[in-house]
Design a protein around this ligand. Sequence first.
Ligand code: ADP
Ligand code: MG
Length: 286
Amino acid sequence: ATPTALMVGTGRSARMGILIKNGEVLEAVNDVKTVIFDKTGTITVGKPQVTDVIGDTSTVLKIAASLEASSEHPLAAAIMKKAKDDDLKFTKATNFKAIQGKGVEATVAGKHAFVGNEKLLADVAIQAEIRSKMTTLQKEAKTVVFVGQENQVIGLIAIQDAPKKTSKAAIHALKSRGLKTVMLTGDNEAVARAVADQVGIDQVVADVLPSDKADQVRSFQTTGRVAFVGDGINDAPALSTADVGIAMGSGTDIAIESGGIVLVKNDLRDVDRALELSRKTFNRIK
Ligand code: ADP
Ligand code: MG
């Protein structure tokens, strides 16, 4: 590849809202065999909404909001919005602690309280009725968090984040090229599977702790070059480990810095457009 051809390739892509850091990145895209996607904010819009509350609604929401007021997680934003919309009064919890990939815990009204997934509930029993409600909600592609006090679950909050309108077409285009598509997420298997089915993704790797995302990318690299597409702080190591890191323009600064390609329009169809551009650039000059 001549430097001029590369500049033509990256200049044209920039006008389309696809920022490619350099010619090596543009060339590497051409050889990608697997495209791995983060879920929240990448495949989905990233603006989760509370859809269901199981248990005494206002008590469950008040306790959850007391804790989530100190969290920066997208799920926390959904819960805070619901508490605000319902005009609930609550006080901010003390001794707040965020546990990556699991949830949050703190003290509310002198009692230990928590909001999070099953991994957070090491020695808390889940009532059969609660568990069956959880399963139903998860099959509807909703992320379910437990809200509890001391050693008891007092309710559930279901939160839904819809896929972006263009995600399905984007996945279809990549599969038509013979590429393998994978979703990598910290969310639960049932939810991940439901979202993957909505957009047509082949394979799901769920319940992945943020610290394990890069290792997951490495394991796919044994069968060829991997592109990883993500937006979060959590995704930065995976973005730098992949042969091609593709960050959403709406993503956190650290994700954008770690990516070799930035999708300014946050449209996953631009992954396929970058591939097409690479193919044209490198086939023309060989
Ligand atoms: P993702 O890969 O989808 O961005 P994360 O690693 O950020 O996922 O979170 C994984 C899971 O951890 C969430 O689906 C949720 O169950 C739990 N979790 C993390 N942070 C919070 C929080 N602030 N409140 C409730 N649950 C949380
Ligand atoms: Mg994300």
